[in-house]
Design a protein around this ligand. Structure first.
Ligand code: SF4
Length: 66
């Protein structure tokens, strides 16, 4: 299953990922990205690809996309 390795230290809390893939991303109490799931459902891979592409901090990356 696909997994993510976000760089929380780079996140600026823009919240774009939570709007683009709301079943995968949330914001923690500090407003920084938080994964809602250990593995990404294959149905959400395209939305996560979009979030990775548009994250203004380039904080999102796949650990494993297979
Ligand atoms: S889109 Fe990027 S900067 Fe914005 S909350 Fe998500 S990971 Fe952080």
């Amino acid at each position: 299953m696909p997994t993510l390795n976000p760089d929380v230290s780079a996140c600026i809390g823009a919240g774009i990922c939570t709007n683009t893939a709301p079943s995968v991303f949330d914001l923690d109490t500090n407003g920084l990205v938080l994964l809602k799931t250990e593995t990404v459902d294959p149905a959400d891979v395209a939305a996560v690809d979009s979030a990775i592409a548009i994250c203004p901090a380039q904080a999102l990356r796949w650990a494993n996309r297979d």
